[in-house]
Design a protein around this ligand. Structure first.
Ligand code: C5P
Length: 337
């Protein structure tokens, strides 16, 4: 294919924000033949954001090169965590750039020719159940769509996102959405009102695949129905529309929580601290280890965060950060960094 010069001739620096997510509801069915689990989940964006700066430069050798650099800015984290981050093209953001270029080429219109440098300032903890890596990947896709003139139609964009990971499609337009299948089949839930939350962020990470493996061992009898029983999603959605935080609190659900707690029992200490400090309920987010507590009002969230930290046993205090935050079901990206 002949590279079209225009694709290379639009240098620029793109700034894009990548929010985190929590799962207000996560019902998990049994393992499918493709190695994934059937899900019914409710995603919610939270304004804990990575900041990406993407430089697109002309490539004089008519090739595509992609480099990713990451700088850890996560609160209360030791520098050592950074060493676990995949570098270069192995990083999900780099793979997003590569897949976008492949998808553009596959359409046969033009090949992307550029020197691309992606710099990620990580504020979202890594391997935390907050979707940080997925959000970074989706942010690259969003930025490229803007920069390269929406080359991919909606279907190809969604397929590209889903190929990168089950949570990536949600982050193409993060807000509040029901996820089905392996999480990539989305129905947006319009909402203006956010929820008053206190995030509990442990300094260790958990591998998603390992949590699902543990889930298979402890949670699902072989004859479990597919898809999973909805058990409360409609009630939760109704409470989110009309109810108070106390109404919402009783319908929060995460089927992966027992598996995450079995792998790291100290997560339960964090959950208990949040409840004892004044949260109406507290739950693991996704595959953990991050947790979130639902506060009665945002004005109380800061006080709850302080109290929860004081309630931790001394040996855990340096390893957990509590952060008050209002969720962002109508996240718009805000001003560009
Ligand atoms: O899709 P993603 O790469 O983020 O998934 C990571 C791992 O989590 C998968 O390899 C799989 O083990 C597990 N997973 C699952 N069912 C899902 C989503 C993820 O078993 N619906």
């Amino acid at each position: 294919m002949t590279p079209v010069p225009e694709a290379a001739a639009q240098p620029g620096t793109l700034g894009v924000r990548a929010p985190a997510k929590i799962n207000l509801f996560l019902a998990v069915g049994p393992l499918r033949p493709d190695g994934y689990h059937e899900l019914l989940t409710l995603f919610e964006a939270v304004p804990l954001e990575d900041i990406l700066t993407i430089k697109v430069r002309p490539a004089f050798d008519q090739s595509l090169s992609i480099r990713v650099r990451t700088r850890l800015r996560t609160a209360g984290r030791g520098r050592r965590r950074g060493e676990d981050l995949p570098k270069g093209i192995d990083n999900l953001a780099g793979r997003a750039a590569r897949l976008y270029a492949d998808a553009v080429s596959a359409r046969g219109e033009r090949a992307l020719v550029a020197r691309i440098e992606i710099h990620i300032e990580k504020h979202i903890p890594v391997a935390a159940g907050l979707g940080g890596g997925s959000s970074d990947a989706a942010a690259v896709l969003r930025a490229f769509q803007n920069h390269f003139g929406r080359v991919l139609d909606e279907t190809s964009l969604l397929q590209t996102a889903a190929a990168l990971g089950s949570d990536v499609p949600f982050f193409l337009s993060p807000g509040r959405a029901v996820g089905r299948s392996r999480g990539e089949d989305l129905t947006p839930v319009p909402a203006a009102r956010g929820l008053p939350l206190v995030l509990g962020l442990p300094s260790f990470g958990l591998r998603t695949s390992e949590v699902y493996r543990r889930f298979d061992r402890i949670a699902v009898p072989p004859e479990a129905p597919l898809p999973p029983p909805a058990g409360g999603l409609d009630d939760l959605l109704a409470a989110l529309t009309r109810g108070t935080p106390a109404d919402i609190a009783v319908f929060l659900r995460n089927d992966l929580q027992p598996a995450a707690l079995a792998l790291r029992p100290e997560i339960d200490v964090v959950l208990r601290a949040l409840r004892e400090a004044g949260c109406l309920n507290a739950l693991v987010s996704g595959s953990g280890p991050s947790v979130f507590g639902l506060a009665p009002r945002i004005e109380e969230a800061e006080g709850i965060a302080d109290r929860a930290h004081r309630l931790l046993p001394p040996a855990m205090k340096s390893g957990v950060v509590f952060r008050p935050v209002m969720s962002a079901p109508a996240w718009s990206g805000g001003p560009e960094p």
